[in-house]
Structure formats: structure tokens, C-alpha cells
Write a protein of this length. Structure first.
Length: 202
């Protein structure tokens, strides 16, 4: 059971789950970039099915901003939710790992984060996963091949914080039950956001 616990974290191996919660409404001005129709955009899926064969809902292609970067992601809502649901931001590990957990460094489909979105949706938890800087539809944003070395840890932290604010502002999300779920470097970012929340952080 999830409770409101500011800056309380729990870690398992390389995955960290950070519980966040606040009654503060996130800043306005960040909304999905497209209609609510499911889409199979870059890094996303048009829908998925759990291992038991039950529908776990379609992905909605969304965008939000972090500084000068437009971040592309997938919002997954549990099907047939009767009330506001808990929600998690899924943060990928280091390297050009996309919203699904896939990376050019390993051929084929890995799908760790898209599979996690399936599991969460089947258990009634919404999720937002996204293509961080240097991956998927987000690409390099304002950076170029010549300046890619300027991308640092703080950029990925800004993305995670913006993702949390965006998720908290979506219809049907319970703002008092928010999670950050990170793998590898994403786990470190989750810890940082939970341990040192910004003044306007949900």
C-alpha cells in the first residue's frame, strides 16, 4: 500500500522506487501533444496485453518540456479505472536507452520499461515513460553531435522532475500517490528527486 511519504525511498538491486506525494497542484501549461487516441509513435506501442491475456491499456503519445528540450513519451492509463489511480514515472538507465528500455548497444527488443508499464497497468497503476535526451523521438534536442558531451546528469534530473510534474497534472491521476521508478542511472535520478524535491515538485 502506498502512502504519502515525502522523500522516502525503497531500493531493490538496481531499481529504485521513490514515493512522492503532495496536495500541491503542478504548474499549468504542460499538456499532451496529441489527442487521446492510441498511437504507435516512436518508442511507443498501440496497446499491449498482459501475460494472462487481459488488456492493460493503450499508450498515449505525449510531449512535455524540460528546459529547452521537448521530451516525447508514452502515457499508460489502466483500463476501466473507476477513480483516480496511483501513477509512476519510469526512468531509464544510462546511455541512449529509450522509453521502452531498448538501446542501440544491444540488438533486438529488450522492452524492460514497456513490460513494467504492462505490469503496473494490470495492477491499476498508471505510468509515464519517455525518451530521454539522446534517445528515441526526443533525440538530441538543442544539442548537436559536436556538443553532445555537454549533456550532463542535471539534464536528466530536469527531465525526471518535469515528467513527474506532467504526470501529476493528467486527468485521472491521484496526486497523493506518485512514484519514481528508476533503473541504474534512472535509480540515482529517482533518489535525487525524492531526497531534494523542488519547491513545486508534486
Amino acid at each position: 500500500m502506498m502512502r504519502r511519504m515525502p522523500a522516502v525511498v525503497a531500493g531493490v538491486a538496481l531499481i529504485v522506487v521513490a514515493a512522492c506525494g503532495s496536495s500541491t497542484k503542478p504548474p499549468d501549461g504542460q499538456t499532451p501533444s496529441s489527442s487521446t487516441a492510441p498511437t504507435g509513435g516512436p518508442g511507443g506501442t498501440s496497446g499491449s496485453t498482459s501475460s494472462t491475456g487481459n488488456s492493460v491499456g493503450p499508450d498515449e503519445e505525449v510531449t512535455f518540456t524540460a528546459g529547452q528540450v521537448t521530451i516525447h513519451g508514452s502515457l499508460r492509463m489502466p483500463p476501466n479505472a473507476a477513480a483516480d489511480v496511483p501513477a509512476a514515472v519510469l526512468l531509464a538507465g544510462s546511455g541512449p536507452t529509450d522509453r521502452n528500455g531498448d538501446t542501440p548497444a544491444i540488438p533486438g527488443t529488450i522492452g524492460t520499461l514497456s513490460s513494467l508499464a504492462d505490469v503496473l497497468a494490470a495492477d491499476g497503476v498508471a505510468s509515464l515513460r519517455y525518451d530521454k535526451l539522446s534517445s528515441g523521438a526526443t533525440g538530441l534536442g538543442p544539442y548537436t553531435a559536436a556538443t553532445i558531451g555537454d549533456i550532463g546528469y542535471s539534464d536528466f534530473g530536469d527531465e525526471g522532475r518535469a515528467a513527474l510534474q506532467f504526470l501529476a497534472g493528467q486527468p485521472g491521476i491521484d496526486q497523493t500517490r506518485l512514484l519514481l521508478v528508476g533503473h541504474s542511472e534512472g535509480a540515482l535520478i529517482s533518489l535525487s528527486l525524492a531526497a531534494e524535491p523542488a519547491a513545486d515538485q508534486p
